[in-house]
Design a protein around this ligand. Sequence first.
Ligand SMILES: Cc1cc2nc3c(=O)[nH]c(=O)nc-3n(C[C@H](O)[C@H](O)[C@H](O)COP(=O)(O)OP(=O)(O)OC[C@H]3O[C@@H](n4cnc5c(N)ncnc54)[C@H](O)[C@@H]3O)c2cc1C
Length: 204
Amino acid sequence: MNSKISPGFLWVIPLSESTARVGLFADFDYKELNEILNEFLENNEELRDVKILKKYHGKIPIYDPKKDIVKNRAILIGDAASQVKPTTSGGLIIGFNCAKIAAEVVYEAISSQNIDILKNYQKRYRKMYNNELKMQLKVQNTYKSLDDDNLDSVILKLKEKEVGKIVSEYGDLDSQAPLMIKLIKSGIIFSVLPKLLSRKIFGL
Ligand SMILES: Cc1cc2nc3c(=O)[nH]c(=O)nc-3n(C[C@H](O)[C@H](O)[C@H](O)COP(=O)(O)OP(=O)(O)OC[C@H]3O[C@@H](n4cnc5c(N)ncnc54)[C@H](O)[C@@H]3O)c2cc1C
């Protein structure tokens, strides 16, 4: 983690003694992403002078609350529908849940020969995920505004306050709002964030 690519991050996943998957996601164009990745490889002793076997890249379509996902006879699911969590860029569970909603709605539309019923897919999806994903967008924006010193300080303070226990109890990667609400209500979030940001968080 570092503030330059925040709220994105870099990862190294070892595959064997001599091979690994190295990657990053961040809000930059392809050229800049390449520069960041190369800099990371150069500055990391274990990865310096590696041979790159294959390279992939792609776009991560994080949640867009304004995106229409039903039109006429077409419905969008998964990444195509921007059903992707802003905080982690994960889209599997939302995609699976929405596929189930889509199947039910399509069945209803066909059974009753009424294409308008397809619109219920977007309504049910928004009802299920809008609050959660909007909250995540706000968390992501807050996180984005922290520099490296702020990030270090926040993480150290969270550790001091033993927030790990609360995270174990309330944390769920697919439903992050309950943890955020707990941290806001208990006041912990205000005591670990820089003052200026704490005021903004009241808006959550
Ligand atoms: C590196 C990485 C790590 C990730 N880790 C996680 C994770 O840990 N947890 C998590 O929840 N999510 C994770 N995600 C996100 C997750 O993979 C996606 O949100 C999810 O796969 C989206 O599913 P999808 O079916 O909408 O799209 P995809 O999985 O992209 O499937 C779309 C398919 O359509 C095919 N296709 C495209 N165009 C055409 C065409 N014209 N004709 C026919 N076929 C076509 C593609 O080849 C592809 O197979 C990760 C993503 C990346 C890139």
